[in-house]
Design a protein around this ligand. Sequence first.
Ligand code: AMP
Length: 185
Amino acid sequence: MKKRLLFLGPPGAGKGTQAARLCEQHGMKHLSTGDLLRAEVAAGTDLGKEAKAVMNRGELVSDALVLAIVKGQLGALGDGGWLLDGFPRNVAQAEALEPLLTEIGQPLEAVVLLELDDAVLMERMLSRGREDDNEDVIRHRLEVYRDKTAPLIDHYRQKGQLISVEAQGNIEAITDRIQQALTGS
Ligand code: AMP
């Protein structure tokens, strides 16, 4: 199975849930920039203070800040595979990531795109009850996704790395679908 991965998809598509399941089952390292940022906010670090307001508005924190976080984690990726969840979020971050992975001799193997309808996304996010999950903020996060993140779909498709998976249905079935897509069976 391909084990150096990136998850792409709109907020609410289940990236975090599926990433955690896949990583647990295959001993891969799960790296979620959203989780890392929330930990900084909870710990009240300078970085967390800078990120908090931006996150609560549903906007993207600066590339410099996110890249600093990601760079700090690269040394701990190990050699059992990894899954980047929520990063890169725009083309500039993707372009910054590539040489970093080349440098550590661990190039990306596949990009998994989780696809889901907007109505289902909204419903899922409203039921999570996260601080940045009220209806207006969710709408804005979807807009930011379309504007900034969705161009990555073509970016990775052109590189021949994109694998699309239908992210509707029960959690276990979606995990199975992702695994099949990554083993090519
Ligand atoms: P997530 O848990 O991936 O939905 O991320 C929650 C929030 O953290 C996002 O709405 C952004 O404000 C911020 N965030 C997470 N990852 C990134 C990233 N790669 N670039 C910029 N902002 C990010």
